[in-house]
Ligand binder design. Structure first.
Ligand SMILES: Cc1cc2nc3c(=O)[nH]c(=O)nc-3n(C[C@H](O)[C@H](O)[C@H](O)COP(=O)(O)OP(=O)(O)OC[C@H]3O[C@@H](n4cnc5c(N)ncnc54)[C@H](O)[C@@H]3O)c2cc1C
Length: 312
């Protein structure tokens, strides 16, 4: 049994990331150690771990402290679950290491422990992958998106099981949870969306639409022509070539409801449409439809909501 590992894998429950670690360790030359608070040691040994490090399960801060005390491996691979994504930057912070989240895979650019690492990471809403070079000698913590590579190839071996003590208590404590800012939350996660289409006439109405969204605690979305014109950033576009959304409330202002737009909001619960054309497809999709001119309806809604809140 070696006194250090080439790769340490942090596993929440699924041993998938141990497979990545084993492939990388074969190229770098060295062992894989797997750290876990919950996974079965047998499953980790079957995936190629030479040593299983049992953490005490007390959360990201304590786990990071325990892993940071290990004799430095070439790289830590972390299963990019919410808990893993919590742990990875804490561990990297303690080590002064490069930290890359939401990655697709890690390759060795050569053979042996001095090989550089090439990390492939998802970008542009998964439409592209970027490649990061981590030079030999630089410690790295890489979180790999779970569920994308499948069960690891069997590499059964006897594994030493060791309980890993955390040298110190948590450095950080959660005091309160801040709610997400609806204005900047990813559209896919938004509970309410106010979306604008070409029926708003000009970009001059966009600040009023944004104010309406703010008053409703909603995120701003748009149809494609607004993104094409550069009135809103592309990540605000909803539809088959934009974001798929599932809000509880979708307020569509001046959007006709083309198939490609409606394709992005199949999972929306309540759809409210404001449009001058009562026969357009968005009105048919809507739970509540208001026939009217956006340039009058949107400011009127803003006034009404402000009055209700007691704003001037
Ligand atoms: C391959 C492909 C992919 C596409 N992907 C997407 C996509 O992801 N998302 C997307 O949105 N589109 C997409 N499109 C474009 C789509 O086909 C439509 O052209 C687009 O959705 C129309 O946007 P709109 O409803 O804002 O504009 P329009 O279709 O022009 O509709 C404007 C609406 O505003 C109403 N209106 C006009 N004046 C007023 C007023 N004063 N007040 C209120 N209402 C008014 C009109 O009655 C009309 O219903 C795609 C197209 C293709 C070919």
């Amino acid at each position: 049994m070696s006194e250090t590992a080439a790769v340490v894998a942090w596993v929440e429950d699924d041993p998938e990331v141990v497979g990545d670690a084993a492939e990388l360790a074969e190229r770098l030359g060295g062992e894989v150690w797997a750290a876990t608070a919950a996974a079965a040691p047998d499953a980790l040994a079957a995936a190629g771990a030479a040593r299983v490090l049992l953490l005490d399960g007390a959360g990201a801060e304590v786990g990071a402290a325990a892993l940071a005390g290990l004799p430095a491996p070439r790289v830590f691979l972390v299963a990019g679950t919410p808990a893993g994504n919590d742990l990875a930057p804490r561990l990297a912070g303690r080590l002064g290491a490069t930290c890359l989240l939401d990655c697709a895979r890690v390759l060795a650019a050569g053979e042996g422990p001095a090989a550089d690492l090439v990390v492939e990471r998802w970008a542009y809403d998964d439409r592209a992958q970027e490649r990061w070079l981590v030079p030999a000698g630089a410690p790295a913590v890489v979180a790999l998106r779970p569920g994308s590579r499948g069960a690891p190839r069997p590499r059964p071996r006897p594994a030493e099981v060791v309980r890993l003590e955390s040298p110190a208590g948590p450095r950080a404590r959660r005091r309160r949870r801040l709610p997400a800012d609806p204005g900047s939350v990813r559209l896919a996660e938004a509970e309410r969306i106010v979306a604008a289409g070409l029926g708003i006439g000009s970009r001059d109405l966009l600040p009023v639409v944004a104010e309406l969204a703010r008053l409703l605690g909603a995120a701003v979305g748009a149809s494609r022509p607004l993104a094409d014109r550069g009135w809103v950033p592309f990540e605000r576009q909803i539809g088959t070539t934009g974001q798929q959304v599932s809000p509880r409330l979708y307020l569509a202002i001046g959007i006709s409801g083309a198939t490609q737009h409606l394709g992005g909001l199949r999972a929306a619960e309540t759809v409210v449409a404001v449009n001058t054309d009562p026969a357009c497809p968005m009105m048919a999709r809507a739970t509540l439809a208001a026939v009217g001119d956006a340039s009058q309806v949107v400011p009127a809604l803003v006034r009404c909501l402000r009055e209700r809140r007691g704003d001037r």
